[in-house]
Design a protein around this ligand. Structure first.
Ligand code: ACM
Ligand code: ZN
Length: 762
């Protein structure tokens, strides 16, 4: 018999700090002092705007009217009356004195005044007598100068109104850089007068892959998809952003991610082959050739881009550039010879340097993804570090400016919870709490080197984000966690941020009609080892939340249901099976706060919770619950999320499973992930050694269960037929990813989700 026991213990309440306590504003100001008493607005605020910048005041007038139906007046005798004072402080500085005897906003520049107005807007709360503002003292200024959000409008296209909405919202949270990813393989989105086919042909595709691009067989939605922004659209968006203190940084991808441009002008590629704008995601071999005519084309395009965009930086992409075409191209070989370049990496550096010199001559600065470091960084380039911190560290050490945007903390196209109800995403897991841990300054840098870090940003790649509501869902509330790292000189503890977020900001986002994610309300199942099995506990944003839990147990012939209410401090014991009959438990969790029922399925196999010693450590990014992941009865989700799989990137992966007594093991089953698009591949082979005492090991002859194959789909099975207590399992991945496959030449990732032995009593 297996037991399911509900144990109850006391809830622990979270602590709060004085700074954030009762502060409705995100990002949290440097100083927030709450005072007793309240100003009632009665439909109006009186602002002394004599010397105030008109644009900022117009913005506030509009905001107060739209959000609160509060009028901003200049001369009236009654009601809340705020004085403005320009003070000698940093440009982004502001303070707000909101006391019975004084109501003043002080600001360093128009920028600081704009931030003060954002804070003021967030301070307005609904009380018993309508809108009101609590008495308080605020002092504030930003930490980093680059507080960015990126939006990919190539994979999916968003209208001018939607792009404005994106900028409008980010400005309300004091972001100040909009990185506009305007070109990619699947669509060219900016009008270029000299090359009309870029938009006539390059902005449209005939199909779009349906579902995840690693699905087999692939399916496509057939239909023309696309769009682009005219020069007028772009000017309108830049002006709208400028009114909100946001700089628009355009990105024109080169030399890779260029299939849309090559569809319009095939002569810019190495082969000259005419190919359509692809409807599939991924990395394509065809890129701009390095011959001078392609570089001249880039310069022409950039000339028109510079004409439109007043930003200091122009982003030229530079990421994910396969060198296959360059290696085979006579023109590229000639360029290498003439310029004494050793290899194609130096050719990439040469390409970027040409563009760098051009942009510099036009008074602009080049910024690109961290691949532009390969083969030597061109002299004036700035680096956007996305593949972890390494690129950012290397660039800062070479005295280049850096924007940090590592996937681990900043990729808002990743899942935000492990729940099955999340909409399809590219993969990876980036919950709110993880975003909050982001620090744009890598620990490895010296004080001097740190000065090169401009700030950070999150990237919103839209392969799996087909509409704007979905964009909002992916960005909010994670953008609020991110801005804490970019704005706050000292950010409060996550628990305090979270409780404040729940208290104030969800209402505010609702009030703004943002289609934000409520995933943090979803209970997360925390699993731990226990004697003879595992224990599952619910974790939720609110530590006092309760959920209705129904457990269906299905053990072949019989089935029964157990229903109860479970708090976040209660736990359920799942006992491992003592025979070879599969017992499946389905846990269904509901509550008023949840939109959907949450379903978790466990197989209570006979190795549930067994000790496993991981000789090869998992990669820190994919090590959510250590070795328990392999014996938690829970198969990994597909498309994968970071928490259900143990990920390795080694040439050999070894571990020792302890069955805790001598057993006769008939066979072994191991679950692997096969997702070539993410460079995750099935291993080449698995070898097993057995031991009765953990000291003397004997190689086991592993036999496939069928005549020819160890794998059934991505599940590995082998017949062992051995008596042992310990099994040493060694997984042998391919030495490197074969040519023609995504990630070719690299060490493949190995992802595992479960190990299970079938035993027989002698
Ligand atoms: C990137 O995510 N390829 C910059
Ligand atoms: Zn070429």
């Amino acid at each position: 018999m297996h037991r399911i026991i509900l144990s109850i213990s006391l809830a622990v309440s979270s602590s709060t700090t004085a700074q954030i306590n009762n502060c409705p504003i995100v990002p949290t100001p440097i100083r927030y002092e709450s005072h007793s008493g309240t100003h009632f607005l009665n439909g109006k605020i009186l602002l002394d705007t004599k010397d105030a910048p008109e644009k900022a005041v117009d913005y506030l007038r509009d905001r107060l009217s739209v959000l609160y139906e509060v009028e901003l007046l200049q001369d009236d005798t009654s009601g809340l009356s705020i004085s403005l004072e320009n003070v000698d402080e940093a440009a982004g500085y502001y303070s707000i004195t909101m006391l019975p005897e004084e109501q003043t906003i002080r600001y360093g520049s128009e920028e600081g005044l704009f931030y003060a107005f954002q804070s003021l807007t967030q301070m307005i709360r609904e009380g018993n007598h309508g809108w009101e503002i609590n008495h308080c003292l605020i002092e504030d200024e930003p930490k980093f100068g680059w507080r960015g959000l990126h939006l990919d409008v190539s994979r999916h296209f968003f209208s001018v109104a939607e792009v404005k909405r994106f900028i409008d919202l980010m400005a309300m949270y004091k972001f100040n850089v909009f990185h506009w990813h305007l070109t990619d393989d699947q669509g060219w989105r900016i009008e270029i007068r000299k090359y009309p086919k870029l938009t006539e042909i390059g902005s449209w595709r005939d199909s779009t892959v349906h579902g995840h691009y690693s699905d087999q067989p692939r399916k496509y939605d057939i239909g023309r998809y696309g769009g682009f922004y005219t020069r007028e659209d772009i000017r309108e968006i830049i002006a709208f952003a400028a009114d909100r203190n946001v700089t628009v940084v355009p990105e024109i991808e080169m030399p890779g991610h260029s299939r849309a441009a090559l569809a319009a002008y095939p002569e810019l590629s190495c082969t000259g082959e005419r190919q359509p704008v692809p409807g599939l995601w991924g990395i394509f071999d065809d890129i701009y050739c390095s011959r001078s005519s392609s570089i001249e084309f880039m310069k022409d395009v950039l000339s028109e881009v510079i004409e439109l965009f007043p930003s200091e930086y122009i982003h030229i992409g530079g990421d994910e550039v396969p060198k296959k075409r360059w290696e085979a191209c006579e023109d590229c070989k000639k360029v290498m010879e003439e310029n004494h370049l050793e290899n194609v990496h130096e050719l990439q550096s040469y390409f970027i340097t040409q563009i760098d010199e051009f942009l510099t001559s036009k008074g602009k600065k080049l910024i690109g993804w961290d691949e532009i470091l390969e083969g030597g960084l061109s002299p004036n380039a700035a680096v956007m570090s996305w593949r972890g911190e390494k690129g950012g560290i290397a660039a800062a050490r070479q005295k280049h400016t850096v924007v940090m945007s590592p996937t681990t903390y900043c990729y808002f196209d990743y899942y935000q919870s492990g729940n099955k109800s999340e909409p399809l995403a590219i993969g990876g897991l980036l919950p709110l709490e993880k975003v909050y841990q982001f620090n744009p300054i890598p620990e490895a840098l010296t004080e001097e080197e740190r000065k090169y870090i401009l700030g950070g940003q999150a990237n919103v790649w839209t392969e799996y984000i087909p509409d704007f509501e979905h964009v909002e869902y992916m960005v909010y509330p994670r953008a609020l966690a991110l801005i804490q790292s970019l704005w706050c000189k000292e950010k409060p503890h996550y628990e305090d941020f979270l409780s404040n977020y729940l208290k104030y900001q969800e209402d505010f986002l609702d009030h703004l009609n943002v289609h934000f994610s409520r995933s943090i309300h979803d209970p997360e199942l925390m699993l731990e080892r226990a004697e003879n099995g595992i224990v599952a506990r619910l974790k939720a944003a609110d530590p006092n939340a309760h959920f209705d839990v129904r457990i269906h147990v299905n053990s072949g012939k019989s089935s029964y249901v157990n229903a109860f209410v479970m708090g976040t401090q209660d736990s359920i014991f799942l006992e491992r099976s003592t025979d070879s009959i599969d017992k499946i438990i389905t846990m269904k969790i509901t509550s008023d706060a949840l939109n959907d029922e949450h379903v978790h399925r466990f197989l209570l196999h006979s190795d549930l919770g067994r000790p496993i010693e991981l000789i090869t450590p998992p990669h820190p990014k994919y090590n959510h619950n250590g070795s328990l992941t392999l014996v938690d009865g829970n198969r990994g989700a597909i498309p994968w999320k970071g928490d259900e799989w143990l990920g390795f990137r080694e040439q050999e992966v070894s571990m020792i499973v302890d069955m805790e007594q001598l057993e006769f093991v008939d066979d072994i089953t191991i679950g692997f992930l096969d997702d070539s698009g993410s460079w995750i591949y099935l291993p080449e082979s698995v070898s097993v050694k057995a031991s009765k005492n953990g000291r003397c090991w004997k190689k086991v002859n592993v036999k496939p269960p069928t005549d020819h194959n160890h794998f059934e789909g991505s599940t590995y099975r082998a017949i062992l037929g051995v008596k042992a207590r310990y099994l040493k399992v060694t997984v042998h991945p391919m030495e490197e990813i074969p040519a023609g496959m995504p990630g070719e030449g690299r060490i493949p990732w190995t992802f595992m989700d479960e190990i299970q032995m079938l035993k027989r009593s002698e």
